[in-house]
Structures are given as structure tokens and as C-alpha cells.
Design a protein around this ligand. Structure first.
Ligand SMILES: [Zn+2]
Length: 624
């Protein structure tokens, strides 16, 4: 045979080489710069805006209105001059003519169930002079009297009001209980949009699914409510002596020294006027929250309140009698979840953590979470939602990501840390195995990196929560191992605590700190919708003394390390763990085992860690 033909023949028999942009090719990430470096860390010129608020607000339960006045101090830390500000008016989502109301996108995922006139703006002003503004859907553009120079600050005020819908709408609303109404207020005040180095003004509208992306700042909150209400909010209560009775203040002091739950107001005291400070008229509750990206609050005459201490953090729960018995455990659940995250990832960053049992099934804000008050029985249900919502105080309250563009960076990272949190409350539970999640790879052709508002509810849950969470689980358990993963993930949190990373900053930090090229993993799992299927193709005897030459194939685009167990005829077995680089040159590889008698069985992924879409081809058995 001529040499050329021989070569051609050899080539034909050899596994096909890769010719396209392979799963291993470098990612096309934004060029590193002095803001966001090649290592994934914030660079020497990193900046972000700061916005402080002094808010006075009043709840009128009869009229179902919330009125407010806020003084906003906007610090322009960017190197640019700004000509106008964009401000979110999220309650406008309830208008009949809102984008959300008019599109299936909103309705399909729980758009407004009831309409209102949205936010009424009574006044926008600076230094006593009105500022002109225009409203587009859930956003308001405010004209600046003069351009705001780099490094300068601008103070302005807004007066607004809105109607609280009767039916529950996403993230806030009211719940009727035997002893009164529970009011939950969230995304409720005009909040300046984020201006950043990546998108300039972030003006994605509030459509309902994508949550929020806001600036860090300090908040002084004064909330005026009927005297018989108790109020909980993001922030540290500043005037306990004015809003609690002497007995309640003593109990609170006791709670501050106790890891056990201490009742501040118990179920029999609810409705008793002796459980509220003497006097007439409404009461104003004052809170201060530092370095938070928003504030939320809840108020009710029906609230039972209990508390305990965890390190420097006051942990408490506010719920009604209707939520007993399971809500009686809420404060301990919250403490347990927080302490687990402290130990594994990063210390809880705030002095207060409050769980509220109201109409909202599960939503997170800095220092305060809303979990379903309608769940009165399921301990699993309450712990599950509590550990999830408080987990959001790490992602995205501490590591502030853009929830409208990259919901996976908060929901998915949180889902991942939740997987290790269950065992803290239910010691017999086991960390789930990746193999349980193969079904999600068959999801309908959408990658994880898709804006939340472009996904239906099923896709949102599957991709942004579960697939991202399972992806990190696989990275930790099957790719990097615990030491390497934990160091990298903690590095990511430390680098970006109180800052705003983009997806590339995460990918780069993980690779930088773990010391591994993970382009194949990010590409297959996050950037594309690759499926994954490893198979044993054939097993041949290797030598005189047997052993085997085993051929494995990677049948889909996603690659993973290869783990298999070969069992010999005497019943002994050998486990092999081969790195992902095994697939660098081809989707077909042959592994030789030294002779130890005849191989009778080969099983891929025998620990069931990987979401292989076709497990039947993972097993080879000798005939006869
Ligand atoms: Zn969540």
C-alpha cells in the first residue's frame, strides 16, 4: 500500500479529531480591564455608586395605602458625568397598561392578579425646587438641575403613594388571620437604578420574574402604623423604648443573651392592649440598615414575636397564631441555617435576621425574609423555604448581582448552598446526587444564561435554580473536590462581598483560585444547553493474564471526568477516576487495566454523581 493510502487508512481507523470550536476552547469573555481583572477580582479602578435613603412612610390599613417621603443622597462614584437619573417605580407593574399586564410573559409566571393605578408621584424636588421627570412603565427618568460630576453627590426628595392590592401579588401583599391582617411591603419605594461599568444605566423594566438589581446604601426608615401593630424591617430597631412595653424590652434583652428562643409577645398576648405601649394614635418605628441593597418590612396587629441570638446577630420571627405550630420553630430554623452558612462559606453580614410568616410564599430582602405563613404544619416545608430565603442574604444581598439578567447567580448559587444546609436541621438527610438531575438536561434548548423574564416558570425553576445548583454540586463533588472548590467559592464571595460581579468575574475567579481551566464546564453547563452521556463501547481482554482494554465514548457535547468500576471474576474490583482532560483529543478513549483475571463488569459513574441522560449504556457485562 502506498504510504499516503496507508496514512489515510490509519487516519480512518483513528478516532475523529475535533475540528470545530470544541467544548474545551477558550471562552469568549469580555476583555479584562482595570475594573474587572483577568483573575476575576475587582480591579484597582473598580467603582460602584452609593445611594442613601431617609424614608418616612405611613401605612393606612383602612384605605390600604402606603404613603412615603424619601430623601435620597446619590453619590456618583463613577468616573463619568451624569445628566439624569433613572429611578424604579416597581408598583407600576400593577397598572393595566404596564408591560407585565399586557404580555403573557408576565401573566404566565404570575403577573398581576389585580390592577391599581401604580405609584402616585406627588413631588420630586431638590433644594426646594421641583425636578422634572417622566415615567416609562416601571421606570422614572429624573432630570438633574445640572450635570452631576464624577465624585459629586446629589440630594433630592420624592413623595409617593400607592394602593396595596387585596390579592397576593409577587413579593408583597396581605394575609388575613384570626387576629388581624399581616402586611408585607417590598419593592415599595422609588429606588435609584444601578449605573455601572457594564451597562451604564440598568433600565430593564420590572416584569415580575426578574427580581431586582440595586445599589448598596444606608437606610434610615421611619414606619408609622397603628399603635396595636408590631413592625419588623430590614435594619436595627432604633427606638425599642417607644414601641415595646417594658416587659417586652426585658424579654428582648434576654433574647440577646440566649441561643434558645425567647417569646417577646406570645399568642395569648396578641390583641391584649397591655401588650402595646400606653397612649393614643399611631406609633413610629425607626430602623437603620447599613450597606444594604434595599429594605422591606412587615406590620401586623396579629404578630407573635420571638427571638434569640446567634453571634452578633439577633434572630427573630414574626407570625400569627394561624401559623402555629410549625412557625414556633422558625427562629431556631433561621439560626441553624445562618450558622451553617457562616461555617461553610462566609459570616452572615448583618446584625438582624427576621423571618415573617405572611402571604408571600418565599422572598428575600436584606435582614428580612418572607416565608409562607400559610404553612402551619410542614417542618420540611418551613425549613426548606427559610434556609433558601435567608441563603439569599449571601446571594445576592452580600454578593450583589443583576437578578434581572443573571438570576442564576443568585437563585442557583443559593440553591447550591441550600443543598448542604438541609442536613443542619435534618441530620439524617443526605446531600443529593447529581444523577437525580439528568432530566433537566433535556430541557427545551435554553441555556442557563438567559434573562429571567424570558423564561416561563418551569424553565426558571429548572435552569436558574436547579441546574445551576446541581452544576456547582458536580463541580464540588466530581470535578474539583471539596478543598479546591471551597477555597475558590469562598474566594469569589470574599472578593465580591458588597460589590457586583458579572458572570465572567465568577468564571474567572473560580478558575483562578481553583487552578483549573473550566471553560468546558462553563460552556457546556451554563452557556450552552449541552447534554451529557458517557457510555462503555466495548471491553476486550488486554493480556495473557487478562485485564481489559475498555473503550469509552462521550456521546453528547458535555464532557465530564470519567469514573468507573471494573469488577473481576473473583469478585474484586478496581475504581478509576480519570480527569476530564481525557477527552481533550477525542470523544472516544481506551483505558487499559492490568491483568487480574477476567473483567466481568464495567460500570461508569458507579457513585451516581453525574446527570447522565442515558444510564443503560453505562454498564457492560461479560456474556455468559
Ligand atoms: Zn430564591
Amino acid at each position: 500500500m502506498p504510504l499516503a493510502a496507508q496514512k489515510r487508512d490509519e487516519f480512518a481507523r483513528a478516532p475523529a479529531p475535533r475540528t470545530d470550536v470544541t467544548i474545551f476552547s477558550p471562552l469568549d469573555l469580555p476583555t479584562p480591564n482595570r475594573m474587572r481583572t483577568a483573575s476575576g477580582a475587582p480591579g484597582p479602578d473598580y467603582w460602584q455608586q452609593q445611594v442613601d435613603y431617609r424614608i418616612e412612610t405611613e401605612l393606612d390599613p383602612i384605605a390600604r395605602t402606603v404613603k412615603g417621603r424619601e430623601i435620597v443622597t446619590y453619590f456618583n462614584r463613577s468616573p463619568e458625568t451624569l445628566d439624569y437619573l433613572w429611578v424604579h417605580l416597581e408598583q407600576n407593574i400593577l397598572r393595566k397598561d404596564s408591560i407585565s399586564s399586557q404580555t403573557d410573559g408576565g401573566a404566565a409566571v404570575g403577573g398581576p392578579s389585580e390592577h391599581s393605578d401604580g405609584v402616585q408621584i406627588a413631588r420630586v424636588a431638590a433644594a426646594g425646587a421641583p425636578l422634572s421627570f417622566v415615567v416609562h412603565d416601571t421606570l422614572m427618568r429624573v432630570a438633574l438641575p445640572q450635570p452631576l460630576a464624577a465624585g459629586a453627590k446629589f440630594e433630592f426628595e420624592v413623595e409617593w403613594s400607592f394602593q396595596v392590592p387585596k390579592q397576593v401579588f409577587r413579593r408583597y401583599g396581605t394575609m388575613e388571620t384570626k387576629k388581624g391582617t399581616i402586611w408585607e411591603l417590598a419593592q415599595w419605594f422609588p429606588a435609584v437604578a444601578v449605573y455601572d461599568d457594564v451597562h451604564g444605566w440598568n433600565t430593564l423594566p420590572y416584569l415580575g420574574t426578574g427580581e431586582f438589581y440595586t445599589n448598596f446604601g444606608n437606610f434610615d426608615l421611619a414606619i408609622t402604623v397603628p399603635r396595636d401593630h408590631l413592625v419588623v424591617a430590614s435594619g436595627v430597631l432604633q427606638n425599642a423604648a417607644e414601641v415595646f412595653t417594658a416587659t417586652q424590652q426585658e424579654r428582648l434583652a434576654k433574647a440577646r443573651t440566649s441561643t434558645e428562643t425567647v417569646m417577646i409577645r406570645d399568642k395569648d398576648e396578641v390583641g391584649d392592649t397591655a401588650s402595646r405601649p400606653k397612649g393614643d394614635g399611631p406609633l413610629t418605628w425607626r430602623f437603620r440598615a447599613e450597606n444594604v441593597r434595599t429594605v422591606a418590612w412587615a406590620s401586623s396587629e396579629a404578630f407573635i414575636l420571638d427571638a434569640c441570638q446567634s453571634g452578633d446577630t439577633l434572630v427573630q420571627s414574626a407570625y400569627s397564631e394561624d401559623s402555629l405550630p410549625v412557625w414556633g420553630k422558625s427562629t431556631q430554623m433561621l439560626r441553624t441555617a445562618i450558622e451553617g452558612y457562616n461555617k461553610r462559606w462566609f459570616p452572615y453580614p448583618y446584625p438582624v435576621a427576621t423571618n415573617v410568616g405572611g402571604i408571600e410564599g418565599g422572598m428575600e430582602y436584606p435582614m428580612i425574609i418572607f416565608c409562607s405563613g400559610q404553612n402551619r404544619k410542614s417542618e420540611q416545608g418551613l425549613y426548606g423555604v427559610t434556609t433558601h430565603e435567608i441563603g439569599h442574604n449571601w446571594f445576592p444581598m452580600l454578593v450583589n448581582t443583576d437578578e434581572r439578567r443573571h438570576a442564576w447567580m443568585d437563585e442557583g448559587f443559593n440553591t447550591f448552598i441550600n443543598k448542604y444546609s438541609t442536613v443542619d436541621w435534618f441530620p439524617k438527610s443526605k446531600t443529593p446526587k447529581g444523577s437525580n438531575f439528568a432530566g433537566m438536561l433535556k430541557s427545551p434548548g435554553v441555556p442557563i444564561v438567559t434573562n429571567a423574564d424570558r423564561l416561563n416558570g418551569m424553565q426558571l425553576g429548572l435552569l436558574q435554580y436547579e441546574k445551576t445548583g446541581v452544576g456547582l454540586l458536580i463541580l464540588r463533588e466530581s470535578v474539583l473536590g471539596h478543598e479546591r472548590f471551597d477555597f475558590a467559592f469562598r474566594t469569589y464571595i470574599q472578593r465580591w462581598a458588597f460589590k457586583s460581579p458579572q458572570p465572567a468575574d465568577f468564571f474567572r475567579t473560580m478558575e483562578d483560585a481553583a487552578g483549573m481551566d473550566l471553560a468546558w464546564f462553563w460552556r457546556g453547563w451554563f452557556l450552552e444547553d449541552a447534554m451529557f452521556d458517557q457510555a462503555v463501547e466495548r471491553v476486550q481482554p488486554a493480556t495473557e493474564r487478562r485485564g481489559a482494554r475498555i473503550t469509552f465514548v462521550n456521546k453528547e457535547r458535555q464532557v465530564m471526568p470519567l469514573t468507573f468500576r471494573a469488577t473481576f471474576e473473583d469478585g474484586t474490583f478496581e475504581d478509576r477516576r480519570l480527569p476530564v482532560e481525557l477527552w481533550h483529543q477525542s470523544d472516544k478513549v481506551t483505558v487499559t487495566l492490568e491483568g487480574r483475571g477476567k473483567v466481568t463488569e464495567v460500570r461508569i459513574d458507579f457513585e451516581q454523581m453525574l446527570p447522565d441522560i442515558e444510564r443503560t449504556n453505562n454498564l457492560w457485562k461479560a456474556e455468559g
